[in-house]
Write a protein that binds this ligand. Structure first.
Ligand code: ADP
Ligand code: ZN
Ligand code: ZN
Length: 749
């Protein structure tokens, strides 16, 4: 027989499968990792197919044999192999790249070994107690025999705690043929996996029961896609838990995707306490060894419930019955690395392929998902109330322009200061939220709220500084690449209080300490959570009540459930509104609603203060009213009028090269090729709104110069050949440049 092998080398010359001979007796099967000769080297590869030698595309005499298998079992399940093939087509990238997504990195690099520990076990047929009697000369050997009398295998380390230095005695017992010593694989558990108390499910609320009754029949039938729209605090987690419970009862397995940042110990604990060691956890804070071992526990069927971040959608579960995507609106489900996959689309595709039900869930569904639900692609399930009739938090909008007029130049409004004082005096806790995303900022007027926007895109311009702190500044549009000088005085009102907006979390913390010198705070942002366990540690400080105020970026918005939080302050709500992205409105609405949802989750009702320079903004108002429907209708209409997705799509060819000239020239060539194509294809041209070539908004990343050809087009079947051409063009990456084809990328960097 002959194996078709995709070699694990990123080079377009080897993107197709190669044929290798399977030596007699070698247990090669589809999905196996193998070592194969390639030129003068030996490389790793994946077996993607097996066929009789007559069907191979290479004459039999020329076939080289596989050197050896790399694992004892196929690392790739057939379903996942098919998924990788589909994804390679969809993401316009070589199969070897999507295959890599399916395995823990440690497995490919081979740096992490299986962890084995010594075990001792009584040989069958040995009467241990009798033998112990005969061990007159060694009390140690006698004790060991008694400890092993049950016949169960025991770790040598455990025996060592009861008997000093048991090694020699065990060896002697082994030589006497009484016991056997061997190494057994153990799994490195993620931190905190031990000592979790089991809990039982609380009685369901009526809304939870209704939601379950709608979804359970589909789960049992192995089909169905749902959009679960439940307000913050409506008890969605409990619904997932009940669905997973039923999935296990059906003998099937489940994946629960959670945004990386929301994969808090709190969330994980819920699942572990309900499903014990059946739970596996996959997130980026695991060590390579832990991740590898969790992956193997899943692959070997020891764990059937996987709670994980984006890439856990590729977890090697067999018999998949359910996929839940919590906070489905989150950007983290779009990969920010190549291949740029969307975990939600993969979930839908994987579920269909393997006969599983899917639940997309959120208090603030993405415009796209809600539109799809309305169109009938998903069944909409709603949970409009909080559990136990707890009220939604009360939201107050504060006009920050009036604060400046009234002589308050602090970043806290007078109302926020007053509410903070009350909250702290009552012994309750507060969260101060500041959305500061990315490294760039926008330019706005503190007097009138004016923001510099691109004339062509109606998207705020981003301030860029070339070379270091004192370099020249310019404003750029991240949508179309338009460049402009930053103004010194406000074009709207003539004030000189126009400048780049950047009050970071650190400034909020300083201001907080000035106003409340004795109040302990914790700050959570990218800077303070670099260490592996920082996240858990900071949350514990807040959870225990040691710190009274939590200050953070959007990461604190997600999924946290702290009963003593009664006040949430959104320090600068406009920050997301002015992101250089057509999704700015959607993000703002989501973030305000989500953070507001952190307040008043237990007995005490919650209060939310939203500070803004644009108190009239409809999207901030819809968020304050927590009116998702109103927001959706408004935003959907705006997208249609402004020709934004889902009505149109953005596609680009991104060119990266260590030499700027090469990137630029390749970019121009590609631009010309596409232009020429459009000139001779009127159908495609008609659907294309614009085509541009330019330096990418972030021109250099890790030493690579970046240029792109950007196209905006109507999302219409006619453009398929144009997208196919772009994909083809991206496949011919040459020596000096790498070319990527991206369709609707998460961010246009
Ligand atoms: P969501 O994810 O919808 O914002 P959660 O799942 O975090 O809401 O639930 C909010 C709070 O309500 C949690 O503290 C949870 O323990 C509690 N809760 C959920 N379901 C019930 C129930 N049936 N009875 C009592 N409390 C519940
Ligand atoms: Zn623009
Ligand atoms: Zn102004």
């Amino acid at each position: 027989m002959v194996a078709q092998v995709i070699v694990d080398v990123v080079h377009t010359n080897v993107a197709r499968p190669f044929s290798y001979l399977i030596p007699k007796g070698m247990p090669v099967c589809t999905g196996m990792r193998v070592l194969v000769p390639l030129g003068r080297r030996q490389v790793d590869g994946f077996v993607v197919d097996i066929m009789p030698k007559e069907q191979a595309d290479v004459p039999f005499e020329k076939l080289k044999p596989i050197v050896r298998c790399l694992d004892e079992y196929p690392a790739l399940l057939t379903q996942l192999l098919e998924l990788a093939e589909e994804l390679a087509l969809e993401c316009h990238c070589p199969l070897s790249e999507t295959l890599r997504l399916m395995l823990p990195a440690a497995m490919r690099t081979g740096r992490i070994q299986l962890k084995k520990v010594p075990y001792a076990q009584l040989n069958t047929g040995v009467d241990a107690l009798n033998e112990a009697e005969t061990q007159k000369r060694s009390a140690k050997r006698a004790t060991l025999l008694r400890l092993l009398a049950s016949g169960d295998a025991k770790p040598v380390a455990e025996l060592g705690q009861l008997v000093n230095n048991p090694r020699d005695a065990l060896k002697a017992l082994e030589q006497a043929g009484l016991i056997r010593l061997y190494e057994r694989e153990v799994f490195r558990a993620p931190d905190g996996a031990e000592d979790i108390q089991p809990t039982a499910a609380p009685p369901m609320t009526a809304e939870q029961t209704d939601a379950l009754n709608t979804m359970l029949p589909s789960l049992r039938a192995g089909t169905g896609a749902f959009l679960l729209h439940g307000v913050t605090g409506s008890g969605k987690t409990e619904v997932y838990l009940a669905m997973v419970q039923e999935t296990l009862a059906l003998g099937k397995s489940a994946i629960i995707l959670v945004p990386e940042i929301a994969l808090t110990p709190q969330m994980v604990r819920w699942f572990r306490s309900r499903f014990g060691p059946e739970t596996a956890v996959l997130h980026s804070r695991l060590t390579d060894g832990q991740r590898y071992d969790e992956w193997r526990r899943i692959r070997l069927g020891h764990a059937r419930v996987v709670v994980g971040a984006r890439s856990a959608i590729f977890a090697p579960l067999e018999n998949l019955g359910l996929i839940v995507i919590d906070e489905e609106h989150e950007q983290t489900y779009l990969s920010d690395k190549h291949p740029r996959y969307d975990a939600r689309r993969i979930a839908i595709s994987r579920a269909r392929r393997e006969g599983a039900a899917v639940i997309l869930s959120s208090a603030t569904p993405s415009i796209l998902s809600f539109a799809m639900a309305r169109r009938g692609d998903y069944t909409l399930v709603e949970m409009p109330h909080r559990v136990q009739n707890r009220p939604m938090p009360e939201v107050t909008i504060v006009d920050m322009r009036k604060e400046l007029d009234g002589g308050n130049r602090s970043i806290f409004s007078r109302l926020l200061i007053q509410k903070l004082t009350e909250c702290l005096e009552n012994g309750q806790q507060a969260m101060l939220f500041l959305n500061r995303r990315g490294y760039n900022t926008f330019v706005s007027c503190r007097k009138c709220g004016y923001v510099v926007k691109c004339e062509q895109c109606d998207i705020s311009m981003t301030l860029h500084r070339e070379q270091g702190e004192d370099g020249p500044q310019e404003l750029r549009c991240h949508m179309c690449g338009n460049v402009q000088q930053p103004p010194d005085i406000c074009p709207e009102c003539g004030s000189k209080y126009i400048r780049y907006f950047g009050s970071g979390t650190q400034r909020v913390e300083e201001e907080m300490h000035k106003l409340f010198p004795h109040v302990k705070t914790v700050r959570m942002d990218i800077d303070t959570t670099r260490e592996r366990d920082a996240h858990a540690r900071l949350l514990a400080q807040f959870g225990s009540g040691e710190a009274k105020v939590l200050i953070g970026t959007q990461m604190i918005a997600k999924g946290l459930d702290f009963p003593k939080v009664t006040l949430v302050g959104v320090v600068a709500a406009d920050m997301t509104l002015n992101l250089p992205d057509y999704r700015a409105q959607e993000r703002t609405f989501q973030l305000i609603t989500q953070v507001a949802g952190r307040a008043g989750r237990a007995q005490q009702p919650g209060q939310v203060i939203v500070q803004t320079y644009k108190p009239e903004d409809p999207c901030i108002n819809a968020a304050a009213a927590q009116d998702y429907r109103a927001f959706f209708e408004m935003e959907f209409a705006r997208r249609r009028a402004g020709l934004y997705p889902p009505f149109t799509l953005l596609a680009r060819l991104l060119i990266e090269s260590p030499r700027e000239m090469d990137a630029k020239m390749t970019c121009e060539q590609l631009y010309n090729t596409l232009q020429t194509y459009l000139l001779s294809h009127p159908k495609q041209k008609k659907r294309t709104l614009f085509i541009r070539s330019d330096a990418a908004p972030v021109k250099r990343i890790r030493g690579q110069f970046r240029y792109h050809v950007l196209l905006k087009m109507f999302d219409h079947p006619d453009i398929a050949p144009l997208l196919a051409l772009m994909s083809e063009l991206s496949a011919v990456s040459n020596e000096s440049c790498r070319i990527y084809c991206e369709v609707n990328p998460a961010a246009l960097m």
